[in-house]
Ligand binder design. Structure first.
Ligand SMILES: [Zn+2]
Length: 205
């Protein structure tokens, strides 16, 4: 692609770094931004810059937050000894939308995936094991997607915390096996988290 402007070229190159955005789409978006009111484009740039500079990860559950301890962790009405283990913030949002869960979360930040070079130490697993070891947890609910990576991650964590004699459960997602949590419909997900099953019984296949 030949550009008549270095400024334009740079913007297109940056935009095309985004997943699913090729050079052509990037050019279309950038040209759109040149056409729209300047305030709108600058508003977007500003929002991105502020988000990147100021966003925090909750010191307890690792969820994305504007403050050190997220709203869920600092809510006195939540059950602090029931922890739902999820992959990322999208899962937290999906489960929160069901209004069926009153405990806390632990956001791993991904799943163990040797193929993608993601090992247990790249995820927030250690801090979870520490919470359990300190006796702060009565029940852990595994809510990762039912993929091979999700199962591997669940099992890895289970092995780490097995010695502490706490209840482990998993959300029963028999209806939509393989679906990512973010796509599960809210009623099904809500019912699953209420009618969760012991983790051990999910292993016997
Ligand atoms: Zn939190």
């Amino acid at each position: 692609m030949e550009f008549s402007s270095k400024l334009l070229e740079r913007a297109v190159n940056e935009m095309s770094q985004l997943p699913g955005i090729g050079k052509r789409t990037a050019l279309r978006l950038v040209l759109h931004m040149l056409k729209q009111p300047k305030d709108q484009t600058l508003g977007l740039a500003n929002a991105l810059q502020n988000m990147r500079n100021d966003v925090k990860f909750c010191t307890s559950c690792h969820n994305i937050s504007d403050v050190a301890l997220c709203e869920i962790c600092s809510n006195p009405n939540r059950l602090t000894d029931v922890i739902c283990v999820v992959e990322d913030i999208r899962d937290v949002m999906a489960i929160e939308n069901t209004s069926s869960f009153k405990g806390l979360y632990h956001v791993l930040g991904g799943k163990i995936s040797p193929m993608d070079g993601v090992g247990p130490h790249d995820l927030n697993i250690e801090s979870l094991v520490t919470k359990v070891a300190k006796g702060q947890v009565k029940e852990l609910i595994f809510a990762l997607s039912s993929t091979m990576e999700g199962d591997t991650t669940n099992f890895y964590i289970y092995k780490q915390i097995q010695q502490f004699n706490i209840t482990t459960s998993t959300i029963a997602r028999g209806i939509s096996v393989g679906d990512e949590l973010e796509y599960a419909d809210e009623i099904t997900l809500g019912r699953s988290i209420v009618n969760r099953i012991p983790f051990e019984s999910s292993l016997k296949h």
